[in-house]
Design a protein around this ligand. Structure first.
Ligand SMILES: [Fe+2]
Length: 286
């Protein structure tokens, strides 16, 4: 059976990607982004050691592939390639993602069987929601295939946090139920604190970001009970994207170990990451 080996929560931002490109692939960052690059080296090494075969990514599109005429609550990509979408500044010098339709169809069938009403996309393009952080944690050519699940975090009504908890439980079950000998990493990406519109433009809260990273592993239930409006009040409106991290956390099971956490605030958006590993029940050898 497939094995869910770890979960990664990580923030994304357009600048994270373009700064990587300008840095000559990690060799020459401005000081504020050097901190982020240095802080993600441990993730890069850990994920290299974990060597996942497949990565399931819960993220949000930013009106780059989808538009407001038809904005799905959940959209699953099942193609064999996920090309980069042009976000208005031309294409970045970064490789597209390789899909695995075997995994994609498995997720589609099993999520619909659990009453998740999905948009199922054969030709989904992805934006900085995935491609901005990818080069910080893995080296191209990407050493794993990817299944992306886009969640509406753009307009009301957004899915309730509890819906993402339910989604995460299903994702964990679905991964562990597939009869293949593969290792799977679950990633949720969004946030952290930031606000990119209105009178509070530029608001971020690194102290809140740190607290969230500390709590997600051992005290996730507390986070689930906080109204999303409170995340938006404390961390800016786009901090609502942190609710997607709940799905990753729940997919791992009741108990987890926090392997690494890190956050900084380079510009506009609080940047952070946490790597979690499922803890085997007492007496069960991994
Ligand atoms: Fe975002």
């Amino acid at each position: 059976m497939a094995k869910l080996i770890a979960g990664l929560g990580i923030s994304h931002s357009p600048g994270m990607g373009t700064e990587y490109d300008k840095s000559s692939h990690g060799t020459n960052f401005p000081p504020e982004w050097q901190v982020w690059f240095d802080g993600t080296r441990a993730l890069h090494d850990a994920i290299g050691e974990l060597a996942p075969d497949h990565v399931f990514v819960i993220y949000n599109d930013h009106l780059n592939h989808f538009d407001l005429d038809n904005y799905p609550t959940f959209a699953l990509g099942i193609g064999d390639r996920f090309r980069q979408v042009d976000e208005g500044f031309g294409l970045r010098p970064i490789e597209d993602l390789e899909g695995d339709p075997g995994w994609g169809v498995h997720f589609a069938e099993e999520l619909v069987a659990r009453d998740f009403d999905l948009s199922i996309c054969h030709n989904m393009a992805v934006d900085h929601g995935i491609l901005s952080w990818m080069a910080y944690v893995a080296q191209p050519p990407w050493p794993f295939t990817v299944t992306p699940l886009a969640v509406n975090m753009i307009r009301q009504p957004m899915p309730r946090p509890q819906r993402l908890v339910t989604l995460g439980r299903a994702i964990g079950e679905i991964i562990r139920a597939r009869p293949v000998d593969e290792k799977v990493l679950v990633v949720a990406t969004g946030g952290m604190s930031h606000q990119i519109s209105g009178g509070r433009f530029g608001l971020a809260n690194p102290t809140f970001d740190r607290w969230f990273l500390d709590q997600l592993g051992p005290n996730a239930e507390r986070l689930f009970d906080i109204p999303v409006e409170e995340y938006m009040r404390v961390g800016g409106t786009e901090a609502a994207e942190l609710t997607m991290w709940f799905a990753m956390r729940v997919a791992l099971g009741d108990k987890v170990d926090t392997l690494y956490r890190f956050n900084t605030f380079p510009k506009i958006t609080g940047c952070g990451a946490v790597l979690l590993a499922p803890r085997a029940p007492e007496g069960v050898l991994q």
